[in-house]
Design a protein around this ligand. Structure first.
Ligand SMILES: *Cc1c(COP(=O)(O)O)cnc(C)c1O
Length: 379
């Protein structure tokens, strides 16, 4: 029965011997911009492509400010710091995520607390979040504390899993009600909207990644978006070694980071942004064909929530159980059709096993049954 699926996938990617899960394509002005960048000699972290890329991204997502950095992981780390996360705090997040989400929390000196996700959106469950806050949050001396750890609940960091928007409006309402700063890990969801608004723009800060496997790549890169001018200014300052502008002196007024995106990477990214609408069209059309193919098979092909529009970054299929998932992964990969399971949930990694968590039945169920199907743009 998996042979039919392999045949269908091969039809979507004619000519390819190995079908990758998601490979970048460079159909636009990538080479022209890179050449222009090299000719200018401004290949490093100062240059006009950085600003142009930031503007293109900010305009696309509808955010006032965007600060481009070296990768999505460090973008998350800086965004959390700017949201007020510091040593000795807790951050509410999902266990079903790429390890960067939890790592960034640890880099900021805080501890992740894992909340369950939803079966339909694959993202943080507003209900589970609210239940956690109702049973665990206490206000002491004007601060919201986690009753179990005694630490401040400094932020909530949901993730838009595989590009599908989570119920971010409800999460945002709950965070506002409880006074928890909201930071969005939108690393996978460039081009995904919820209720007509782009993911990553619901919280105080949002983060996107431009790693080679994402929908738009800069080689390696990330960006912080926010509507708050002061936060944007601080993001720019912190990621530029906290250097105080001066014609010749090197002055640094705090512990900063060398995290700014090089001009060379931004040149690639600017060309990629010009192709983003086309990429989205291709990916959504492919998802539509997958959905049609899997209709009536008894397996659920994961589709965007009713109120959302997904970039379908990685297409996903829910199989019956773990043995079937493993058989599927073995058969397809042996046939050179790259498929993957989800990330091992954070609470199942030794690294994060000790962390506080709510009940995670949906997280564990999705991990055991979900497979990602080839999803790259084919031109
Ligand atoms: C890709 C990704 C990141 C950031 O990754 P970088 O490789 O550091 O750019 C963060 N969170 C999630 C969920 C991701 O998928």
């Amino acid at each position: 029965m998996f042979e039919d699926i392999i045949g269908f996938i091969r039809d979507q990617y004619p000519g390819g011997e190995t079908i990758p899960l998601h490979a970048p394509v460079f159909p636009g002005r990538e080479k022209a911009y890179l050449e222009e960048c090299i000719d200018s000699t401004y290949v490093s972290s100062v240059g006009p492509f950085v600003e142009a890329f930031e503007k293109a991204l900010a305009d696309f997502v509808g955010s006032r400010h965007a600060v481009a950095v070296v990768n999505g992981t460090q973008a998350l780390f800086v965004a959390l710091k700017l949201a007020g996360v510091e040593g000795g705090c807790d951050v509410l997040t999902q266990s079903l995520t790429f390890v960067a989400t939890a790592n960034a929390i640890r880099y900021a000196g805080a501890q992740p607390v894992f909340i369950d996700v939803e079966e339909d959106t694959l993202g943080l469950s507003p209900r589970a979040l609210e239940n956690f806050l109702q049973s665990q949050a206490v206000i002491s001396a004007g601060r919201l504390l986690n009753r179990t750890s005694g630490r401040p609940l400094a932020a909530c960091l949901p993730m838009h899993t595989l590009g599908h928007p989570c119920r971010i409006d409800e999460i945002s309402r709950i965070c506002t009600e409880w006074g928890v700063p909201l930071v969005e890990d939108a690393a996978e969801s460039l081009g995904s909207f919820y209720l007509g608004r782009h993911t990553g723009t619901f919280g105080r800060l949002g983060v996107f990644s431009f790693n080679g496997n994402k929908i738009v790549t800069t080689g390696g890169g990330g960006i912080i978006v926010t509507d708050d001018e002061a936060l944007a200014r601080r993001a720019r300052h912190l990621t530029t070694t906290a250097k105080v502008p001066h014609p010749w002196e090197f002055l640094h007024d705090e512990l900063g980071y060398n995290f700014r995106m090089p001009n060379l990477n931004a040149a690639l990214g600017l060309a990629q942004m010009e192709s983003l609408p086309r990429f989205l069209g291709h990916k959504r059309a492919l998802a539509g064909r997958y959905a049609g193919f899997f209709e009536g098979t008894g397996w659920r092909f994961v589709q965007q929530p009713a109120a959302g529009m997904s970039n379908y970054w990685l297409n996903a299929l829910l199989l019956d159980d773990e043995p079937q998932r493993d058989a599927f992964l073995r058969t397809t990969n042996e046939a050179k059709v790259m498929t993957r399971c989800l990330w091992r949930p954070m609470h199942m990694l030794d690294l994060y096993r000790h962390c506080q968590r709510g009940a995670l039945p949906v997280t564990e169920g999705l991990y055991r049954r979900l497979v990602n199907l080839p999803s790259g743009v084919f031109l």
